[in-house]
Design a protein around this ligand. Structure first.
Ligand code: ZN
Ligand code: ZN
Length: 229
C-alpha cells in the first residue's frame, strides 16, 4: 500500500521547515505520496489580519509562486524518490469562537481560492477545479490549538461536499468520524520535524494523482497507521 501524508506545512506559511527540506525528509523516510498544504487564512477579522501581517498565509499575490515551487519540487521528488507530491492548500477560516472556525484541505488545487468566500462557494470552486476536499481536525484536539468545530457541528448541511474527514491528525484520533461512517484519511499536520512521527494514511491504489483522489473519494482500500519511522 502507498504510505501517504496529505497535510504538510512549510515556511510558505507557519511551518518551520523549508519546502525543499520537507521533500527530502519525507522522500528519505520512504513516503509514496505527500501533499503540501500551506495555510490560506481569512483576512476578514483581527485574527486573520494578524496572520497576514506575520506572513503566515499564502495570498492571491504569491499563490502562483507557491504552486510553481511545489511543481519544481514535485519533479525532483519523483526523479529522486519516486514520491508523488500533490499541490494543495489549507483553507483556514479562523474566528474567536471554535464553533465558527473551520480548516479545509483542498488537494490538487489549480487556482487560488479565497477563504473569505462562503463555505458553499469554496466547495463549489474546489469541485470545479476537480480538487479533493478534506475537513481537517473536525473535533476537539488534545493540543493548545484552537478547535475548529464548524463543519462537524454543521455536518448535516456540509457533509455532501466533503470528500473525506480527518479521522486522525498529528497524535489525535477523532472517533466521531468513524461512528458516523464518514470517508476518512489520517494526516500529520506537519509543522516541525518531530511531526513526521504521527498518524498517516495507507492507500491501495496506483501512484498517480487521479488514482489517489478516486481511492480517497470511494474510500475503499484505505487504512491508517501510526508512523514511527
Ligand atoms: Zn488546521
Ligand atoms: Zn494544518
Amino acid at each position: 500500500m502507498l504510505l501517504c501524508d496529505f497535510h504538510i506545512h512549510t515556511k510558505f506559511s507557519d511551518g518551520s521547515v523549508q519546502l525543499k527540506k520537507v521533500i527530502d525528509l519525507f522522500g528519505q523516510a520512504g513516503f509514496d505520496v505527500i501533499a503540501i498544504t500551506d495555510h490560506v487564512v481569512n483576512g476578514d477579522n483581527s485574527l486573520g489580519k494578524l496572520a497576514h501581517r506575520l506572513k503566515l498565509s499564502i495570498t492571491a499575490k504569491n499563490f502562483d509562486e507557491y504552486i510553481s515551487s511545489i511543481k519544481y519540487e514535485a519533479d525532483r521528488a519523483w526523479q529522486k524518490y519516486e514520491m508523488l507530491v500533490i499541490q494543495g492548500v489549507e483553507i483556514t477560516k479562523n474566528y474567536i469562537s471554535p464553533e465558527k472556525s473551520a480548516h479545509i484541505l483542498i488537494l490538487d488545487i489549480k487556482n487560488f481560492i479565497s477563504p473569505c468566500m462562503s463555505y458553499e462557494q469554496i466547495f463549489l470552486e474546489a469541485k470545479q477545479q476537480n480538487s479533493l476536499i478534506v475537513a481537517c481536525h473536525p473535533h476537539s484536539m488534545s493540543s493548545f490549538n484552537r478547535d475548529t468545530l464548524f463543519l462537524w457541528n454543521n455536518r448535516d448541511k456540509y457533509a455532501k461536499y466533503i470528500d473525506a474527514w480527518e479521522i486522525a491528525n498529528g497524535d489525535d484520533l477523532f472517533s466521531v468520524v468513524s461512528s458516523k461512517r464518514y470517508p476518512y484519511i489520517a494526516n500529520s499536520d506537519f509543522h516541525r520535524m518531530r511531526h513526521l512521527y504521527s498518524w498517516k494514511t495507507l492507500l491501495n491504489c496506483e501512484k498517480n494523482i487521479e488514482a489517489v483522489k478516486n481511492c480517497i473519494r470511494h474510500n475503499k482500500g484505505v487504512a491508517i497507521t501510526f508512523f514511527r519511522g
